[in-house]
Design a protein around this ligand. Structure first.
Ligand code: NAI
Ligand code: SOE
Length: 392
């Protein structure tokens, strides 16, 4: 069985999630399309890189991503660093002929994403953007129902991504609150996951009309690299603060190319909401509702259900639903964040082994950046903005 050597750049939160997936994928999906081999992990922080190698199961560690990208032993470059580093690493990796998986959002904006797309196309390598939530089995089941015509023509989409980890003004100014590192705030960080759902399940977004707000204009300066996502607060009010220059909240109306309409909301300041990533889709013949906080479940209502039993009911994902052949043998044993990454890794390694396209890829990442840029432009101008369609 073919082995593919992975060079992973970044040893933080996503470094852990992706490493788990490299180890776990062949345990779930056997025969594996190819075996991921954890070759080298890179972090700018040497101690972190060293710890990451020991903890996450890599043979080697380095502080120099360029050396790893150009290492002839490496087949796949995995980019799990903050957003401002994605473009430079991905373009260098493409030039070195490596397959690439890059965390979301693909780039700081559409201009950068376009350069990344051009680089991978010129190199002829496989490219993936890690919008892993679409690989939750219940989300893939919703896609299947829509494609099978079970809810008929889609009329509307309502998507949210609500969290509360930054609602406390003492949650520090990590990289996620700095435009030069993150690109945008709640929009790029979590809103893009909803945009990915909308495009995956409904169709291309053509127009947006948005509002954004920055609720907490300054935060205590964070020293040190990893974003602790609000779990470590600044202890006193005397800590020096700096300005937040990204959005805390975004709400947009959207129009789709197939005539459907919808709304997308994202905020990290919604007390009581944790990973409230949801969609409700209404079609001419039924409705679907998903909430990631209850990710084994898809709520369904079909217009031809018996009239004395009409209403949302719960379908639990399991062996009979998408990816069931590789996951747990009884419905509702429990799908976790790790499984979404394991499935993502399985599909990527399959695409590499079978020379097919992975989706979502850099085309999708670029289109999502165009949509995100249009959302910011719309919020600034206070009017509808049309989105240019790329060659996706
Ligand atoms: P993090 O802050 O936990 O870790 C980032 C790591 O990258 C740190 O260890 C830092 O030292 C290292 N780093 C920074 N610059 C570097 C460079 N030039 N070379 C090598 N290492 C460098 O960040 P986290 O949460 O892991 O986020 C990384 C990426 O993953 C971001 O793009 C983020 O948007 C995305 N993400 C995606 C998630 C998903 O569900 N798909 C979940 C969380 C993050
Ligand atoms: C923080 O909002 C965060 O880690 C995002 O960066 C991820 O993309 C999301 O999946 C979980 O929350």
């Amino acid at each position: 069985m073919k082995k593919l050597n992975v060079g992973m750049i970044g040893g933080g939160f996503m470094g852990k999630a992706h490493s788990l997936a490299y180890a776990g994928m062949p345990m779930f999906f056997w025969p594996a399309p190819a075996i991921p081999h954890r070759h080298t992990v890179v972090d700018v922080n040497e101690q972190l890189a060293k710890d990451a190698a020991a903890r996450l199961g890599f043979d080697n560690y380095s502080t120099d991503w360029r050396a790893v990208v150009n290492d002839p032993e490496i087949d796949v470059i995995d980019i799990v660093t903050p957003n401002n580093t994605h473009a430079e690493i991905a373009i260098a990796a493409a030039k070195a002929g490596k397959h690439i998986i890059c965390e979301k959002p693909l780039a700081l904006g559409a201009e950068q994403a376009k350069e990344m797309l051009e680089a991978v196309k010129a190199a002829g390598v496989k490219h993936a953007v890690a919008f892993n939530y679409r690989r939750t089995p219940a989300v893939a089941l919703a896609k299947k129902y829509i494609e099978d015509g079970r809810i008929g023509k889609v009329l509307s989409f309502r998507g949210t991504y609500l969290q509360d980890w930054s609602a406390d003004p003492n949650s520090p100014l990590s990289w996620r609150f700095q435009k030069k590192i993150a690109g945008s705030g709640a929009l790029g960080d979590i809103g893009t996951h909803v945009v990915d759902f909308a495009r995956y399940l409904v169709g291309e977004i053509t127009d947006v009309n948005a509002m954004t707000r920055t609720w907490i204009p300054e935060r205590p300066i964070q020293t040190g690299g990893i974003d602790k996502l609000g779990t470590v607060k600044s202890g006193s009010n005397d800590v020096p603060k700096a300005a937040v220059d990204v959005d805390d909240e975004v709400i947009t109306m959207v129009k789709f190319d197939n005539g459907a309409i919808g709304t997308i909301e994202a905020t990290r300041n919604a007390w009581g909401r944790n990973n409230f990533l949801t969609f409700e889709i209404h079609g001419e013949k039924g409705s679907l509702y998903f909430n990631y906080e209850r990710r084994d479940e898809l709520q369904v209502c079909f217009a031809d259900d018996p009239s004395d039993a009409k209403g949302f009911r719960t379908v639990y994902t399991g062996p009979a639903t998408p990816y069931g052949e590789g996951l747990w043998p009884i419905p509702a044993l429990g799908i976790g964040y790790g499984e979404t990454k394991i499935i993502e890794t399985y599909d990527l390694f399959k695409a590499i082994a079978e020379d097919t396209e992975f989706s979502p890829n850099f085309n999708d990442g670029y289109q999502i950046e165009l949509i995100a840029d249009a959302i910011l432009e719309s919020a600034e101008k206070g009017q509808w903005v049309n989105i240019e369609k790329t060659a996706v």
